[in-house]
Design a protein around this ligand. Structure first.
Ligand code: CA
Length: 387
């Protein structure tokens, strides 16, 4: 089999309302899908992490830089292709957009590999350790409104997300340390007995992160995500040693070499690798092995369209229990509860995660069809493609 073409589809639409996190507000939803075609008629789909204009730049990297390197190669030679691209791009970016772009291509190659033998990706990896996974719902995004309005809304939204059937929920912070503690108190009130997590998107200094983190200890938050800049490895180590709340992070890290530093540094309790950014499934499996070699549990970062969600469902199925037992620690599926038509309406047969969560006590089934187990609707892609 030979790769005959690699195309990128950047989908974009206006969101029903502007939303924000600690770094910025955004009003457009973007998804960057990669389509790999072969001479045997099999087509694979992948997704690259990166919103807005980043997706347009990544599209250029996929189509103008990576595609010429791999067209004509056997799509089943995933590891050979990965290393050819990485080695040729090493001088131009060992992290960031080149690796995000490679990720989408690699995921599509795994989709093809599954379709070629009629097996879902989790079977290619080594089988399903679980047939379903519990989802947590994130929401509670920032808006251009007062602190008091945020507080009232966050309490209501936390209760609503738990009411939808999600086992846990995750909020954003970013109004400033003092206001953020009040937001966290509001969410703790809203969730009742359910778990909640806090995502700062690296907006704090280490001392401010200690201030917020001490409040989270009292409130019983399950994890404190990206409290400080991902480059600040010393700060992560100090926070993890000094706080009684799980420190999580890693969504902005790339490849086994970036993850090696994070894990050896001992600064996170929970690793959150992003398969659509860190180098695709091929590299994710190496990062997972590295995380487990450090006895660091993994809960994948999930962002994007139904292709990204399906990719993560395959990986969550194939994630070994660590450390295992009668009642083992289990990963969760991250799920964005805000409107996302590229996730909910992209597929010919939608995953319909929200309905599964409501019906099955927060559980989502792992797709068992070949490859990713899902197929995008080409007419839908055409309707929303901006390039
Ligand atoms: Ca995050």
């Amino acid at each position: 089999m030979k790769i005959t073409a690699i195309r990128s589809h950047v989908l974009q639409c206006d969101m029903p309302e502007e939303l924000g996190y600690s770094q910025q507000f955004y009003a457009k939803r973007t998804a960057h899908l990669v389509e790999v075609s072969t001479d045997e008629g099999l087509t694979g789909w992948g997704e690259c992490f990166g919103p807005g204009n980043v997706a347009l730049a990544n599209k250029t990297i996929v189509e103008r830089v990576i595609a010429p390197m791999v067209i004509g190669m056997d799509p089943l030679d995933r590891d050979v292709i990965w290393h050819k691209v990485y080695n040729l791009l090493r001088d131009h970016g060992q992290k960031g957009m080149p690796i995000q772009s490679l990720s989408g291509v690699d995921i599509a190659l795994w989709d093809i590999a599954g379709k070629a033998v009629g097996l879902p990706i989790h079977k290619l990896i080594g089988g399903a350790h679980r047939t379903g996974v519990t989802a947590y719902g994130y929401g509670m995004m920032l808006k251009r409104e007062s602190v008091d309005d945020h507080i009232a809304r966050f309490t209501d939204e936390a209760a609503a997300i738990i009411g939808m059937g999600f086992s846990a929920t995750k909020m954003k912070t970013g109004l400033g340390p003092k206001a953020d503690v009040r937001l966290c108190e509001a969410v703790a009130r809203g969730v009742g007995e359910a778990r909640f997590m806090v995502d700062a998107n690296h907006c704090y200094t280490t001392s401010d992160a200690f201030y917020v983190g001490r409040a989270l200890e009292e409130l019983g938050a399950y994890w404190f995500e990206e409290p400080i800049a991902p480059e600040d490895l010393d700060g992560y180590r100090e926070l993890r040693a000094g706080l009684r709340v799980n420190i999580s992070g890693g969504e902005a890290e790339f490849t086994r070499w970036g993850w090696r530093q994070i894990l050896e540094n001992r600064g996170i309790d929970i690793a959150q690798p992003e398969v659509c950014a860190l180098g695709g499934i091929t590299e994710y499996l190496r990062v997972l092995a590295l995380a487990h070699a450090h006895f660091t549990p993994v809960i994948n970062h999930v962002w994007g369209s139904a292709i990204a969600v399906a990719t993560n469902l395959q990986l969550l199925a194939a994630m070994p229990p660590m450390p295992g037992g009668l009642n083992p620690w289990e990963p969760m599926l991250e799920f964005d509860t805000t409107e996302n038509r590229f996730r909910d309406h992209l597929l010919t047969e939608p995953l319909d995660i929200q309905a599964q969560v409501a019906r099955n006590g927060g559980r989502v089934a792992i797709p068992t069809a070949p490859g990713l187990g899902v197929e995008p609707d080409l007419a839908f892609i055409k309707k929303y493609a901006i390039q």
